[in-house]
Design a protein around this ligand. Structure first.
Ligand code: 13P
Ligand code: SF4
Length: 304
C-alpha cells in the first residue's frame, strides 16, 4: 500500500514538474520519495537551484517561506498547512523592532527558524550548521542573536571575541532535555557517543561528543568508526540512522524529543499535495520577499 502511494507520488511529480523538498525530521516513507532531503541550510541552498516550477515543502512553515523568498516565481506548497515551528512563532517583527532600538549598534542575526515578516528587519540569517561560520565572517563585533538563546550561547562560546546579546527564546522540544537525561542515557549505553543539536541547553551541549545540525549529526554517525550513538535531537533522526546504518546502534537521548509540528506531515499529505487537493500555497507580498531575501542571500554568501 505505501509502495503504491509512493509510486503514484513519483509519477505525478514528474508529470506536473514538482520538486519535493523534505526536512531530515520527516517520516522515512516521505524521505524515500523526496527529490532532496537535508537540514535547513541545505534545503535553502537547494530551493534556489531546483529547476521545477512547483516545490512542495515537507517540513514546517518557515522552511516553505524560505523557498518562496528565494524562488518567488515558483508555486510553493507547504504539505501540511498546520505545520508551524514553536520557536519561529515566539518572536514577531513588532517585538524585535523595539528590542533593536535598545541595541542600535548591534547586527541582528536571525536563526532561520523565524517568520518571513521578522526576517525583513534582520541583517543576516543563520542555520544550526552555518551559524558559527557566518557570525565569524560578520565584521561587526556586537551581535543581537534571535530567537534561540541556546544556539546563540553555543555560537558565543565558539566566538569569544564577539559581544552577544541573547533573548529568551528557543525550541521547547530541545530545551526540555537536561543534563540528568544525559546521565541516564550514558549509564544505559556507556560505549555510545553522544551527538546533540545546538538547540539543546548548554548543560547538555557541553556533555556531547559532537554538536551539529540534523544533517551534521547524521553525517558524523555514518562516517564515524564508532558503533553506538545516543542521538540528542528529534527521534526521527535515530530512526533514519538505524535504516541507513544497520550495522550500528542508535539510541534516543530521551523520548521527550518529539516535534509535534514536524510529525504532522504524512505521506498522504504529500500525495494530496501533488494531486493539488491539499496543502497551503505560500503567498508573500513583494516587499516582504525583497526585504527578507537580503538576509537569506547574505546567509548563503557568508556561509559559502
Ligand atoms: P537543522 O537546521 O539542523 O535542520 O534544524 C532545524 C530545526 O528545526 C531543528 O529543530
Ligand atoms: Fe521548531 Fe523545535 Fe520543531 Fe525544530 S524541533 S521545527 S525548532 S519546534
Amino acid at each position: 500500500m505505501i509502495k503504491d502511494i509512493q509510486a503514484e507520488i513519483l509519477r505525478l511529480k514528474k508529470e506536473k514538474d514538482i520538486c519535493i523538498l523534505a526536512h531530515s525530521y520527516v517520516a522515512h516513507e516521505i524521505i524515500e520519495i523526496a527529490d532532496f532531503t537535508g537540514d535547513s541550510y541545505a534545503l535553502s541552498v537547494k530551493a534556489k537551484t531546483a529547476p521545477q516550477s512547483t516545490v512542495i515543502m515537507v517540513g514546517v512553515r518557515f522552511m516553505a517561506e524560505t523557498v518562496k523568498i528565494l524562488s518567488p516565481e515558483k508555486k510553493v506548497i507547504l504539505a501540511n498547512e498546520d505545520a508551524g515551528c514553536a520557536m519561529a512563532d515566539q518572536m514577531d517583527r513588532e517585538l524585535i523592532s523595539e528590542v533593536k532600538k535598545q541595541y542600535p549598534d548591534y547586527k541582528t542575526v536571525a536563526y532561520i527558524n523565524t517568520t518571513a515578516s521578522l526576517k525583513t528587519i534582520c541583517d543576516v540569517c543563520v542555520t544550526s550548521s552555518s551559524a558559527v561560520k557566518i557570525v565569524k565572517n560578520i565584521p561587526d563585533k556586537n551581535i543581537l542573536f534571535i530567537p534561540d538563546c541556546n544556539l546563540g550561547a553555543y555560537v558565543a562560546e565558539q566566538l569569544p571575541d564577539k559581544n552577544f546579546k541573547l533573548l529568551n527564546g528557543g525550541c521547547p522540544v530541545h530545551a526540555a532535555v537536561t543534563a540528568e537525561d544525559v546521565k541516564i542515557a550514558r549509564a544505559k549505553h556507556p560505549n555510545a557517543l553522544l551527538l546533540v543539536h545546538p538547540e539543546c541547553k548548554s548543560e547538555v551541549v557541553k556533555l556531547a561528543d559532537y554538536v551539529g545540525s540534523t544533517s551534521g549529526i547524521m553525517d558524523y554517525a555514518k562516517n564515524s568508526d564508532s558503533k553506538e550513538f545516543i542521538i540528542g535531537t528529534e527521534l526521527s533522526i535515530t530512526e533514519h540512522l538505524q535504516y541507513d546504518c544497520p550495522d550500528k546502534k542508535f539510541y534516543n537521548l530521551t523520548d521527550k524529543l518529539i516535534c509535534r509540528n514536524m510529525r504532522l506531515s504524512t505521506l498522504m499529505d504529500v500525495y494530496n499535495a501533488v494531486q493539488g487537493t491539499s496543502g497551503e500555497e505560500i503567498e508573500l507580498d513583494g516587499d516582504t520577499i525583497v526585504k527578507a531575501r537580503k538576509c537569506i542571500d547574505e546567509m548563503i554568501r557568508l556561509g559559502g
